[in-house]
Design a protein around this ligand. Sequence first.
Ligand SMILES: *[C@@H]1O[C@H](CO)[C@@H](O)[C@H](O)[C@H]1NC(C)=O
Ligand SMILES: *[C@@H]1O[C@H](CO)[C@@H](O)[C@H](O)[C@H]1NC(C)=O
Ligand SMILES: *[C@@H]1O[C@H](CO)[C@@H](O)[C@H](O)[C@H]1NC(C)=O
Length: 332
Amino acid sequence: MKLLLVFLVSLFVIGIFCEDKASSWNEYKRLHNKDYNEKLDAGKQENVRKAIFFQRDAKIKVHNSRKFSFRLGHNEFSDRTDKELAVLLGIKSPPSPKLQKSMTVFPKRQTRLPDILNYRHSYCLPPIKRQGSCGSCWAFTAITPLEFDRCRKKRSYSILSEQQLVDCDTNSTNYGCQGGWYVTAWSYIQAVNGSATGFCYPYEGTRNTCKFCPECKSMVGAKVSSFGYVQSKNATAMQLALQEYGPLATAMAVVGSFYYYTDGVYDDEACDNLPVNHGVVIVGYGRFNDTIDHWVVRNTWGTTWGDQGYILIQRGVNKCSIETYPAFVVSL
Ligand SMILES: *[C@@H]1O[C@H](CO)[C@@H](O)[C@H](O)[C@H]1NC(C)=O
Ligand SMILES: *[C@@H]1O[C@H](CO)[C@@H](O)[C@H](O)[C@H]1NC(C)=O
Ligand SMILES: *[C@@H]1O[C@H](CO)[C@@H](O)[C@H](O)[C@H]1NC(C)=O
């Protein structure tokens, strides 16, 4: 009798536990419009996705139960394999200086810095974009600062083409969806005298044949006048460059927690001193809660990632190597 009772109680407990798991999985699927179909989903079965989701879920719960300055949460990437997550990046390694034309290094002069500078809500910054399953972050990282500078100069909103870079930039450092480097992308734009408008040359997310026509004046939305690096590992120089040039292109090291960031200042130690693997744009800086200095960083994974597509990353300590390769571009 006693045994039967224990048996029934444990059945009940298991039942509740399983139901809880199943309901969080169903809730996840519903919230993120997940519809698993083996044919469409690269041969994955729902139970493979479910297992990945619960692995991530355990890590997120452990992280959030401890005292960190940033929090994690689920998003559309919670059920993705590590391989699928890696496709969302797209920086290989920085090209040797030989492959990059000699270029100016900022800063040249000093000005007073405001405590806060943030272009996130600027008219000249387009809505957050989405690179999709294509390692083209380098193209987005090159285009956003150019769009901003072009808009600021012309006082009219400007959308330029990442797809042109993915298709046409055959620079020895740039490989379409297989990764590239934002600084050499600017030298490509300079060499062909133009960056196409996003309207004429919209994003497809796969590498296709080049459709850019340098003679077609109506296709060109901006040109590159000059570009260069900001002094490496110097946050003050980066702040000055942000003030003078607008958003800065940079590269950083992405590790697991980055995919599930929701809020707070990102300061994961796991990414320190790692080689860069992802291109992002720094659009501002500030001080969180009067205590932690941070950069305002813009990603290209849609608005459902991070804080509406943005993340705050600790400033002044080369967190995730983000202060190693900052660069600016000037439009023509
Ligand atoms: C770019 O412009 C320069 C100067 O106008 C010209 O000499 C060059 O041929 C142009 N390049 C291309 C690819 O159109
Ligand atoms: C960093 O940049 C600032 C601003 O230009 C400059 O004053 C300072 O000397 C630089 N620091 C180093 C270590 O070069
Ligand atoms: C912000 O600062 C207050 C007071 O210093 C502190 O109690 C609070 O936990 C901080 N919030 C975060 C998110 O760090």
